[in-house]
Design a protein around this ligand. Structure first.
Ligand code: 5GP
Length: 115
């Protein structure tokens, strides 16, 4: 079940601030408030969706398109050596905010990846 009062729903509606870095008709990307790397962006669909278990093929396609655009852009913007993608589903899977999102993290040689 999707609860529209989740924090990313509020960001989408402009009810709480965020640092937006990319947007198209179907998706929004913004900086994570507690970054685990210098470049840590979250990509979400604009339509209601709890997580990957709940997503339509169209939502997955739209989000993954933006994830790839952001990954390529962050390699340049953060002079990164690599990119980590993370995505969690349900509380037992590590999900804390129940609106589908992908983490995109810019990585540099020598980074501790799982800190
Ligand atoms: P997950 O659900 O994938 O475990 O993690 C949710 C992510 O959302 C965390 O990395 C957390 O720092 C981020 N987050 C939580 N609240 C906010 C917020 O109000 N604004 C932004 N930009 N990120 C948030």
């Amino acid at each position: 079940m999707y609860d529209p009062d989740n924090i990313f729903g509020k960001i989408l509606r402009g009810e709480i601030p965020s640092t937006r870095v990319y947007e198209d008709d179907d998706t929004l990307a913004f900086m994570d408030i507690m970054p685990r790397a210098e470049g840590h962006v979250l990509v979400i669909p604009k339509t209601p969706c709890r997580n990957m278990l709940d997503a339509s093929p169209e939502q997955v396609a739209a989000v993954m398109k933006t994830v790839q655009i952001l990954s390529r852009a962050m390699m340049v913007a953060f002079e990164a050596d690599g990119i980590t993608l993370q995505q969690f589903n349900e509380a037992a899977g590590g999900q804390e905010v129940f609106h589908l999102h992908f983490h995109v993290l810019a990585r540099h040689e020598g980074d501790r990846l799982w800190a």
